[in-house]
Design a protein around this ligand. Structure first.
Ligand SMILES: [Zn+2]
Length: 298
């Protein structure tokens, strides 16, 4: 027997759920129910300026209309900054985090003076401030990716996604020492997610494939903080007509929930589930059984 299953859905309250975000919500709920686990909802509202008033409440109403109700009252990250503060302090005390005084302009100059670099490409931080701020003012905090080693020295982070299969990423060369707290004081998504998942005992992360690229950084942070690594399953994305991921930016409209069963059927279709069931409860029960067959835990 594995340890207790705890899953979660963690929306940012930047708008209401649309057809794409319902897929991730439904998948995490189905996986929790299929494994007789608990299902939590966490509102990821640390990036204050991006929050939309009323969106968190609206999302919870949308979930409830679909029969997806959390087993505990939802947590809000904005109320949990003391935990992130403590995690950063632990990393600093063990020499794994440091203050960085580089501005975006400093980074651009340090990283890629050569011509032809894509204008909005991710900058790989070259570790400029590892040895100290050199008179610059403290702006952000970063992780020493060169010192955190989940495997043998020099090995990349390796893990197996339940849907995407074996994955591997050398974070030190793909993104470098990534930010834990931003220059504007906002906690980085990576740190908050890792701290909260561990604090809530989350055993299984089921989320959209657009977030798969964060996994290696989060696993590295789990190692740095000596926290367990959950299992991961990244769900297919719903694409907009343009071929891009469906999002508010690509024209996704909030879910119309006068007919929640239709919304669930559409989300289930993306996940390869059959459309059986004429009521919400029937469809969800059939969905759990179909999910269990399709995505068994190893
Ligand atoms: Zn720096």
């Amino acid at each position: 027997m594995t340890s207790a299953y705890v899953g979660r859905f963690a929306p940012s309250p930047t708008g209401l759920l649309h057809a794409g975000s319902l897929v991730a919500a439904l998948a995490s709920w189905l996986d929790a129910r299929a494994n007789h686990g608990r299902w939590l909802v966490r509102i990821e509202d640390i990036d204050g300026p991006r929050n939309v008033a009323g969106a968190a409440e609206g999302i919870l109403e949308q979930l409830a209309a679909c029969g997806l109700v959390a087993d505990e009252s939802p947590l809000r990250q904005s109320a949990r900054t003391a935990l992130y503060e403590a995690a950063l302090a632990r990393l600093q005390a063990s020499g794994l985090a440091y203050a960085c005084g580089c501005s975006r302009r400093d980074l651009e100059l340090a990283v890629a003076p050569e011509a032809g670099r894509a204008r909005h490409a991710e900058l790989v931080y070259p570790g400029t401030c590892r040895g100290g701020l050199n008179g610059k003012a403290e702006r952000s905090f970063r992780l020493r990716t060169d010192l955190v080693r989940p495997g043998a020295p020099g090995d990349p982070v390796v893990w197996t996604d339940r849907r995407l299969g074996p994955r591997s990423e050398d974070v030190a060369t793909s993104v470098g020492d990534f930010v834990l707290r931003r220059a504007d004081g906002v906690w980085a998504y990576q740190l908050a997610v890792v701290v909260d998942d561990a604090d809530q005992g989350v055993s299984d992360i089921v989320r959209g494939e657009d977030l798969a690229g964060n996994t290696a950084r989060q696993i590295l942070l789990q190692h740095a903080l000596r926290l367990p690594t959950p299992r991961y399953l990244h769900t297919p994305l719903v694409l907009a007509a343009s071929g891009e991921k469906l999002s508010k930016q690509t024209g996704a409209r909030p879910l119309e929930l006068s007919r929640p069963l239709d919304a669930l059927r559409a989300a289930g279709g993306v996940l390869g589930l059959p459309a059986e069931g004429t009521t919400l409860a029937e469809w969800l029960a059939a969905g759990v059984a179909a999910w269990r067959e399709r995505w068994p835990l190893a």
